[in-house]
Ligand binder design. Structure first.
Ligand code: ATP
Ligand code: MG
Length: 449
């Protein structure tokens, strides 16, 4: 098997050759190039020691020098360059305590996680070096640990989740021995830091097949350790038009959601509150009152536990809290303005998208976008007419009210809310003159002279 390495990288490797070192490209780029993709990052492996690499190039950043990795700035790109190494003892199933450099490429390939990630390419000949049968597994669509999976997962518990991630990305299945090793190593997985788990989860959700990944997380026992709130949705029936229990529904919604982190997370978490809010009526009907608020609360706790950054947490929680709306063409303009006022202009489109994903997850069939997207068009039309949606859009503000004799404080807040309410109903009233007179008329009600 031969693949072609881009010229830029071949020339990078030739710098090593001229100095008497060897340089190969390894790992993900080799895998993706064999699959026919165009990798953007080609990671290099060499027998040159980090200090030798620093002498060979002008700009070298010591990104992970204690593990033998440096980043070389090369003609406008970055090349991660790692000295051939084997890993020493592992501490607690997390990271190796020490690494040992080696002169053998094959030793370096053997420390890698899966056969499809354990290949290298000789940049001059294009020949693929494949000591672990990665080519055959790529062809067969199999994720297989290099060596004994029980040992490999004991060394680093994150590999359990990486196996699922590559399956979800590539549409592969797990080799049976690799798959059955995961449930045996859950106690090692539990020692992995939240940040590393978070990054793998995001990659699974952003892959082409989050449903496949989530299914594997569940069947291997990883899911309850990552998101116990989701596992609690298994078996919670929903009735009505729903074909699925709550877990299969949110997984189908996540699969239908746009491949963007906040959308995928929101779709996955939007019904977390349903198990706690489920009430069976006397007639046998099911209700989940308040599940939007409860889902928002549980989503926030779960995302914080997974150490997602605040902007992601806030965006997801806002979408989850507001996901329950049923747009119909007969909504009045006032209803549309009130909706915008409640959810915030910036959330209209993301909410419409989430709603579509949610509807698609009801029966596992794509929902008709015409059910929801006209709401976005109507909001845009009203916005184009410069209509008011929030206090900031009112023709008069607190300062004018103060000049009209209103005292600053809570009463001012209440009258402004009333003015906004008036304007949401009838945008024609949003002029300084009209609002001044509405405010004058309200003085009696608030006991203002
Ligand atoms: P991606 O396109 O997602 O970056 P990748 O294969 O490059 O895919 P990385 O996580 O960037 O994945 O890792 C690069 C390579 O390093 C892998 O292909 C694998 O050979 C090796 N590797 C990474 N993490 C581990 C790990 N935890 N255990 C063993 N080998 C690993
Ligand atoms: Mg990579």
């Amino acid at each position: 098997m031969r693949i072609s390495v881009p010229k830029l990288y071949r020339e990078f490797a030739s710098v090593f050759g001229q100095a008497g070192y060897r340089c190969y490209f390894v790992g993900g780029a080799v895998r993706d190039a064999i699959l026919g993709g165009l990798p953007d990052d080609w990671d290099a492996a060499t027998d040159a020691r980090p200090e030798d690499v620093r002498r060979l190039f002008r700009s070298v950043i010591p990104t992970g020098i204690q593990h033998g990795t440096v980043t070389v700035l090369w003609r406008g790109t970055h090349v991660e360059t790692t000295t051939f190494r084997v890993e020493g003892r592992y501490q607690d199933g997390r990271r190796p305590l020490d690494v040992r450099f080696t002169d053998e490429l094959v030793d370096d390939l053997s420390r890698r996680d899966f056969t499809i990630n354990g290949m290298a390419v000789d940049p001059d000949s294009g020949e693929v070096i494949d000591p672990h049968g990665g080519l055959a597994d790529l062809k067969a669509g199999i994720i297989r640990a290099i060596g004994d999976p029980l040992e490999r997962f004991a060394e680093d518990g994150l590999r359990c989740m990486r196996a699922v991630r590559f399956a979800a990305r590539l549409g592969f299945s797990l080799d049976p021995a690799t798959q059955t090793a995961i449930p045996e190593r859950l106690s090692v997985f539990q020692k992995v830091s939240a940040e590393r788990v978070r990054d793998e989860l995001s990659k699974i959700l952003l892959s082409g097949r989050p449903a496949l990944g989530l299914g594997l997380l569940e069947s291997t026992g990883l899911l309850p350790l990552i998101l116990p709130e989701l596992s609690a949705c298994r078996g919670v029936g929903q009735g009505g038009p729903h074909r699925f229990d709550v877990l299969d529904h949110v997984v189908a919604s996540c699969q239908a959601a746009e491949p963007e982190l906040v959308q995928r997370l929101s779709a996955l978490l939007h019904d977390l509150g349903k198990p706690a809010c489920r009430v069976e009526g006397a007639d046998g009907g099911l209700a989940f009152h308040g599940h939007d608020t409860e889902s928002a609360r549980l989503s926030e706790a779960a995302l914080k536990r997974l150490k997602y950054p605040n902007d992601v947490v806030n965006a997801v929680v806002t979408l989850v809290r507001n996901h329950m709306f049923d747009y119909r063409p007969d909504w009045t303009d006032a209803a549309v303005r009130r909706f915008v006022n409640r959810v915030g202009m910036e959330n209209v489109l993301p909410l419409a998208r989430l709603r579509l994903a949610d509807l698609s997850g009801v029966r596992g069939e794509p929902a008709d976008p015409r059910v929801v997207l006209p709401l976005v068009d109507r909001v845009n039309e009203l916005k184009a007419k410069d209509q008011a949606f929030t206090l900031r859009d009112l023709a008069i503000g607190g300062d004018e009210l103060a000049r009209l004799g209103w005292p600053k404080g809570p009463v001012m807040g209440r009258v402004l809310a009333e003015l906004l309410d008036t304007v949401l109903d009838d945008p024609g009233l949003n002029t300084r003159e009209r609002l001044t007179s509405v405010a004058q008329n309200l003085k009696g009600k608030y006991g203002i002279e």
